[in-house]
Design a protein around this ligand. Structure first.
Ligand code: UDX
Ligand code: UDX
Ligand code: ADP
Length: 466
C-alpha cells in the first residue's frame, strides 16, 4: 500500500523526533502527531522554537522546515486516525505502580486506550505500528482489541521499535545502524503491510539496513538491545569500584578492553549510574516476562544489572558523606547536572534524583544547576519519590540559573551529568568561592584530575584509584 497519511499518537520524546524526521525525509507524506495533552501540542505549535517540549540538537530546525508543510500537531485524535492509512502508537508505557506486576511490568493502559480508540474510529483498513517499547506479545493483545471492538475493517499490526538515544535522536534517526520491522510473516496482507513501512524508511535508509522479522522477534529485540546496553554500563560500573580499591583506572581498563573487536569500545563509560526512561523499565519488564514463564535463573541474571545500578548511585552519595567527615547535615553541596545524560532536558530515572534524595535524607543543602532542565521539573522529580514534604524539598534544595552561583560557598561540587560545558568553566574561580577544603565528586569523570589537584581541590573521580 502506498502511504499518503500517517498519524502518530503520542507527541513525546519518541513520537516527536521520529515523526519530524519522517516528515522531513518524505515530503509527499502528510504526518499528523496527536496527543491528549493540550499544553504539549500548543508548545509543539509555538513559534518559540527554543521551548519545544523536547530538546534535541537539530530538532528545532527540522520542525521549522516541515511544520505546516507536511508535519502537523493536533489534539484532534479521531480526525487524524480517520485520515491515516498508517497509525503509529507512541504513548508512554511506564512501569506499573499498582496491582499485579507492580514495580516491574509495563503498564499498558495507555496502549489499550489507543487501540480501543482506533477500533472505534476506523472506517477503512489500517496498519497499526507499535513504536513504544512493549512486552513481548503485546501485538496480539492490540490485535485482539482491534478485531473485537472494531467496525469490521482489517487491521495489520507491525512492531517497529525505536533505537534512538536521547541527545542524538536526530542523527540516530537520519543515520540509524538499522531499522527493525516485525510483522505477520505468515500472511500476504501481513507481508504487504511490512513492505509499506519498508518503503517509507528506504526513502533515506539503505535497504540492507532495514531488517524484517516476525512480530515476536522484533518486540524481543528491543528489550534485548536495551538489556545488553544497560548491562555494559553496570559491568563497567562494577569494575569502577574495583578500580578505586586497587589503584587501577577504569578509563584505562575501558580503553584496553574496548580495543578487543569482540567487545567494542562504545558504552564503556563508568558513571554514577545509568538513567533514562528505557533501561530500567525494559529490564524490569524482561525480568517480569522471565518470571512469568518460570525462568527464575534468567530473571535473576538480568535483575542483577538493576541491583548494580542502584548500588552505584548509593555508593556515590555514601562516598560524599564519608569524605565530608561523616556528616553533610547543614552543609552546602552543588549539583552540576540533573538530566540523565548530556544534551537532553529529560530527567526520567536520572541518577541525580536518587543521589539528591540520599543526601537530603542526611540533611544536606543542595543547589542545582543544569543547562537545560527547568526548576519545576527538578522539584517534581523529588516530589514523585514521596520521601518528604514537598515544602521541605524546596527549603533544602534550590535551583540556580548560573553555575558559579550554584557553586558559591559550597563544601563540595558533585557532577551528575556529563555536559561538555562543565569542562570549560573557570574552576579556579569556583575554587576561590568555595569552603575549604574544597571537594569535587566527579560522577562522570569529565574533569582533569591533575588540573583540579593543582588548583587545590580534593578531587574524586569515579573509577579512579589513588
Ligand atoms: C578465551 C578468550 O577469548 C581469549 O581472549 C583469552 O586469551 C582466553 O580465553 P578461548 O577460551 O580459547 O579464549 O576461546 P573463546 O573463543 O573465547 O571461547 C570460549 C568459550 O565460549 C568456548 O567454549 C566457546 O564455544 C564459547 N562461546 C564463545 C560461545 O558459547 N558463544 C560465543 O558467541 C562465543
Ligand atoms: C537508550 C538506548 O541507547 C536507545 O537505543 C533506546 O532507544 C532508548 O534507550 P537513552 O536512554 O536515550 O537510549 O540514552 P543512552 O545513551 O543509552 O544512555 C542511557 C544511560 O546510560 C544514561 O544515563 C547514560 O549516561 C548512561 N551511560 C551510557 C553510561 O553511564 N555509560 C555509558 O557508557 C553509556
Ligand atoms: P516517550 O518517551 O515514550 O515518547 P512521553 O511520555 O514523552 O514518552 O510521550 C508520550 C505521550 O503520549 C505523552 O505526551 C502523552 O500525553 C501521550 N498519550 C498518552 N496516552 C495517550 C492517548 N490515549 N491519546 C493520545 N496521546 C496519549
Amino acid at each position: 500500500m502506498n502511504i499518503k497519511n500517517i498519524c502518530c499518537i503520542g507527541a513525546g520524546y519518541v513520537g516527536g523526533p521520529t515523526m519530524a524526521v519522517i516528515a522531513k525525509q518524505c515530503p509527499n507524506i502528510k504526518v499528523t502527531i496527536v496527543d491528549i495533552n493540550e499544553a504539549r501540542i500548543a508548545a509543539w505549535n509555538s513559534n518559540n522554537f527554543d521551548a519545544l517540549p523536547v530538546f534535541e540538537p537539530g530538532l528545532a530546525e527540522i520542525v521549522k522546515e516541515t511544520r505546516g508543510r507536511n508535519l502537523f500537531f493536533s489534539t484532534d485524535v479521531n480526525k487524524a486516525i480517520d485520515e491515516a492509512e498508517m497509525i503509529f502508537i507512541s504513548v508512554n508505557t511506564p512501569t506499573k505502580t499498582y496491582g499485579k506486576g507492580k514495580g516491574m511490568a509495563a503498564d499498558l493502559k495507555y496502549i489499550e486506550l489507543c487501540a480501543r480508540q482506533i477500533a472505534q474510529v476506523a472506517k477503512e483498513d489500517k496498519i497499526v505500528v507499535e513504536k513504544s517499547t512493549l512486552p513481548v506479545r503485546t501485538a496480539s493483545a492490540i490485535k485482539s482489541i482491534l478485531d473485537n471492538t472494531g467496525n469490521g475493517v482489517q487491521f495489520q499490526i507491525l512492531s517497529n521499535p525505536e533505537f534512538l538515544a536521547e541527545g542524538t535522536a536526530v542523527q540516530d534517526l537520519l543515520f540509524p545502524d538499522r531499522v527493525l520491522i516485525g510483522g505477520d510473516t505468515a500472511t500476504n496482507e501481513g507481508q504487504k503491510a511490512v513492505q509499506s513501512l519498508v518503503e517509507i524508511y528506504t526513502n533515506w535508509i539503505p535497504k540492507a539496513q532495514v531488517l524484517t522479522t516476525n512480530l515476536w522477534s522484533s518486540e524481543l529485540s528491543k528489550l534485548t538491545a536495551n538489556a545488553f546496553l544497560a548491562q555494559r554500563v553496570s559491568s563497567i560500573n562494577a569494575m569502577s569500584e574495583i578500580c578505586e580499591k586497587t589503584g587501577a583506572d577504569v578509563r584505562e581498563v575501558s580503553k584496553a578492553i574496548g580495543m578487543d573487536s569482540r567487545i567494542g569500545s562504545k558504552f564503556l563509560n563508568a558513571s554514577v549510574g545509568f538513567g533514562g526512561s528505557c533501561f530500567q523499565k525494559d529490564i524490569l519488564n524482561l525480568v517480569y516476562i522471565a518470571k512469568s514463564y518460570g525462568l527464575d535463573e534468567v530473571a535473576d541474571y538480568w535483575e542483577q544489572v538493576i541491583i548494580m545500578n542502584e548500588h552505584q548511585k548509593n555508593r556515590f552519595s555514601d562516598n560524599i558523606v564519608k569524605t565530608l567527615y561523616n556528616t553533610v547535615s547543614g552543609k552546602n553541596i552543588a549539583f552540576l547536572g540533573w538530566a540523565f545524560k548530556k544534551d537532553t532536558n529529560d530527567t526520567r530515572e536520572s541518577p541525580a534524583i536518587k543521589v539528591a534524595d540520599n543526601l537530603l535524607n542526611e540533611q544536606a543543602l543542595i543547589s542545582v544547576f543544569d543547562p537545560k532542565v527547568v526548576e519545576e521539573r527538578i522539584y517534581a522529580d523529588l516530589e514523585y519519590l514521596n520521601s518528604r514534604d514537598p515544602q521541605e524539598n524546596r527549603t533544602l534544595l534550590s535551583v540556580k540559573k548560573d553555575p558559579y552561583q550554584a557553586c558559591h560557598n559550597v563544601h563540595a561540587v558533585a557532577i551528575l551529568t556529563e555536559w561538555d560545558v562543565f569542562k570549560t568553566y573557570d574552576w579556579q574561580k569556583i575554587y576561590n568561592g568555595m569552603q575549604k577544603p574544597a571537594f569535587i565528586f566527579d560522577g562522570r569523570g569529565v574533569l582533569d584530575k591533575t588540573l583540579m589537584e593543582t588548583i587545590g581541590f580534593t578531587y574524586y573521580k569515579i573509577g579512579s584509584g589513588n
